[in-house]
Design a protein around this ligand. Structure first.
Ligand code: CP
Length: 314
């Protein structure tokens, strides 16, 4: 099946076949990243602009590395020294970047829907690197890619997402991908952060940590996203940790082979204890490494590349 999508805006709109295509392409690029020469000429002559208007460590560097491994020229937009500080709008900023002959924009923005908006006013592809509390599609793709590496098929696998679901774009993207991949997704946390209406997305909702973690094969922790909360959703961080933080005792409720995931940034001692984040069941840094291959696949496909051209590459 040919790839014919120019933008990556959400995982909600992707089909299972498209998720499979991205994962297969990422697996091919991951093999290339294991070579002594880690670079391919797939995007030589193209210019990618990383338009990050919200803080980022992992996603920004990962997109930059992915673009460079594909031989693209990369420009990192410096929001603090840009004309956005003089009142220039997102639309004007992006249209000027397009007028400067950029071939693709990677956008991180605090406003949900901003990548969709840019995709409608620009002629070049737009890739969503996280928009408000809406979606973080490449994070959901790299998370499910990592799960598939460890578990194989996700059909019927119990995946628990624990923490601040309400304000999490990572949770939304993962739910959309996991449900399409056939996983049994349970969302856990206080009812103020895990409202029942999330069941409409195909996940189960629980406020009972012990029963939710029982026999789970994957647990993904999410931090409390203070930057998006307009009011307090629990009495104190200490009480949140006391009720929902993952510690050794609670990790003992998981399936013995379960993997522990976190998209980062981690708040150690709040949603997860350090000995678990750094322990043998943690795949947190594997997620980060896999992000490069997954983002190479996304940049390559959205730039007009076809999966067949890289599949089977050794
Ligand atoms: N996971 C993630 O999006 O991390 P950053 O905010 O550091 O990019």
């Amino acid at each position: 099946m040919p790839w014919n999508r120019r933008h990556l805006l959400t995982l909600e709109e992707l089909s299972l076949a498209e998720i499979d295509q991205i994962h297969a392409t990422a697996a091919a690029f991951k093999k290339i990243l294991g070579r002594s020469v880690k670079k391919v000429p797939a995007l030589r002559g193209k210019t990618i602009v990383n338009l990050f208007l919200e803080p980022s460590t992992r996603t920004r560097i990962s997109f930059e590395m992915a673009a460079k491994r594909l031989s693209a020229d990369v420009i990192a937009f410096d929001a603090a020294s840009s004309s956005t500080t003089k009142g220039e709008t997102l639309r004007d900023t992006a249209q000027n970047i397009q007028a400067l002959n950029a071939d693709l924009i990677v956008l991180r923005h605090s406003a949900s829907g901003s990548p969709l908006y840019l995709s409608r006013v620009l002629d070049i592809p737009v890739v969503n690197a996280g928009d408000g509390a809406h979606e973080h599609p490449t994070q959901g793709l790299l998370d499910t890619f990592t799960m598939r590496e460890h578990l194989g098929s996700l059909k019927g696998r119990k995946v628990v997402i624990l923490g601040d679901i309400l304000f999490s774009r990572v949770a939304r993207s993962n739910i959309h991908a996991l449900v399409k991949l056939g996983a049994a997704v349970t969302l856990v946390g206080p009812s103020t952060l895990v409202p029942d209406w999330f069941t409409a997305l195909g996940a189960q909702v629980s406020h009972d940590l012990k029963s939710a973690l029982a026999d789970a094969e994957v647990v993904m922790l999410l931090r409390i996203q203070h930057e998006r909360q307009s009011s307090s959703h629990f009495p104190s961080l200490g009480e949140y940790t006391g009720m929902f933080g993952l510690n050794q005792t609670r990790a003992g409720w998981l399936n013995p082979k379960a993997i522990i995931m976190h998209p980062g940034p981690i708040n150690r001692g709040v949603e997860i204890d350090s000995d678990l984040a750094d322990g043998p069941r943690s795949v947190i840094l594997e997620q980060v490494t896999n992000g490069i291959a997954v983002r190479m696949a996304v940049l390559y496909l959205c730039s007009g590349g076809q999966p067949e051209a890289v599949l089977g590459t050794d």
